[in-house]
Ligand binder design. Structure first.
Ligand SMILES: Cc1ncc(COP(=O)(O)O)c(C=O)c1O
Length: 418
């Protein structure tokens, strides 16, 4: 049953969308007459102006400076698609940080490769020194995650990748709009993967984007994300490059998600610059009032697009005490690692991977005959440096409505007395 205009308008009215979002959504509804179905499928749009997914892809590629952008239905599916498109699969290992949302690691398993978990450093991103230690003859890729909008050390990571001939797939789910040395995050490696889920900088409920400069990676990604329908100019074209055509999934984005993400993308610059202004002021104020907490190092402060300010205490007990004290005074402070709370962002709680659980008893990829060598020894205490660092974190959430006076007051509460 096709959706009518009236049904769609009813749905749109359910949410308190800004008028600009409502307008964009209305544009994709066929206004030719009540009862006519709206075209929500991302392909075959009869009216180019209503094809919001293609427009989102064009605008995203141009905003991020990549040759190709492919819209998908989640950040997780963008990671799986990137891995498959880069030719990673059975027998391969991919290095991923111990601190990231579980999806970064599970995407590797879904692509039938084996995740190798590396420590983070005090920047809360993957430690390049530990990447080098984790490389084996089976390593095919590094999957750095710009966690919390904090840029990874892309200089060091790209150097390692070149030295060892590894692919780099950046997880930019939490860092849309961030940069490293002036270059957009997501454009350093072979592919950049974004999430537009409800909690991300660009939020369309669900959704994601894959960017790349490589034509073959893009074509393979298109095939994987669309049940290998081969979306070249002519759908039924023969393979142009070997390994281009294979069975895939369905990770397509709908026109509704596209319309919302398009409006959010337009606001990205102004949102991030307002956030940066408040965060820079807060960190300057904290720097000027030495206290028991220090600002965590950032690989590139100018490119940081985190919505929080990360501070480090001398030890976990100090961090806990300070968080309680700040919370009591109304400061939006929080920790990251509390041993009593399960958190899918910390490897220690990734039971599925630690116990090598799989949907069937065959246990692929952990029992894959193509995997030659000893599997990584996963355990809850395999990345102790990561747990130690995360335990010392005091995060101050930078809020949109803070005035300069609020920020000064918060800085003085954060500094406290020595
Ligand atoms: C770092 C990271 N990677 C991947 C994902 C997965 O994104 P999605 O929820 O859109 O599948 C998330 C989502 O929270 C994330 O934070």
């Amino acid at each position: 049953m096709k959706m009518t205009n009236r049904e769609l308008k009813e749905i749109i009215d359910l949410w308190n969308f800004k008028p600009e979002v409502k307008r964009k959504l209305s544009e994709i509804i066929d206004r030719a007459g009540e009862g006519k179905p709206a075209h929500l499928f991302r392909y075959y749009c009869p009216d180019k102006k209503k094809d919001k997914v293609s427009k989102l892809e064009r605008n995203f590629a141009s905003r991020f400076g990549s040759r190709y952008a492919l819209a998908v239905n989640s950040g997780t599916s963008s990671l799986i698609t990137a891995l498959v498109a880069c030719g990673i699969g059975p027998g391969d290992e991919v290095i991923v940080p111990a601190y990231t949302f579980f999806a970064s690691a599970s995407a590797i398993v879904v692509a039938r490769a084996v995740p190798v978990i590396a420590e983070i450093d005090e920047t809360l991103t993957i430690d390049p020194l530990d990447i080098e230690k984790k490389i084996t003859p089976r390593t095919r890729a590094i999957l750095p995650v710009h966690m919390r909008g904090l840029p990874c050390n892309m200089g060091a990571i790209m150097k390692i990748s070149r030295k060892h001939g590894l692919k780099v797939i950046e997880d930019v789910a939490q860092a849309a709009g961030g940069t490293y040395r002036g270059k957009m995050l997501g454009t350093f490696g072979d592919a950049g993967c974004f999430s537009f889920d409800a909690y991300k900088i660009i939020a369309s409920g669900e959704g994601g984007m894959l960017i790349t400069d490589n034509e073959k990676t893009y074509i393979r990604a298109q095939s994987w994300h669309d049940t290998a329908a081969c979306w070249r100019p002519n759908r039924y074209e023969r393979e142009r490059m070997p390994g281009e055509l294979f069975c895939g999934e369905n990770y397509r984005m709908s026109q509704i998600q596209g319309a919302i993400a398009l409006v959010q993308l337009r606001r990205l610059g102004s949102y991030l610059s307002a956030l940066k202004k408040r965060k820079n002021l807060l960190s300057e104020e904290i720097k000027n009032r030495p206290g028991t907490l220090s600002l965590a190092p950032v690989n590139d402060t100018a490119g940081d697009c985190s919505t929080g300010l990360i501070l480090l205490a001398d030890n976990g007990a100090e961090a806990k005490k300070k968080i309680l004290e700040l919370k009591k005074k109304g400061v939006p402070a929080g920790g990251i690692y509390d041993q009593t709370v399960r958190d899918w962002h910390i490897y220690k709680f990734w039971e599925h991977i630690i116990q090598k659980k799989t949907p069937t008893d065959e246990g692929c990829p952990f029992t894959c005959p193509h995997y030659k060598g000893g599997l990584p020894e996963y355990s809850q205490d395999m990345c102790t440096a990561t747990l130690e660092i995360l335990g010392r974190v005091v995060n101050i959430n930078v809020e949109e409505n803070w005035t300069s006076a609020d920020i000064r007051k918060i800085a003085s509460l954060v500094a406290g007395r020595r």
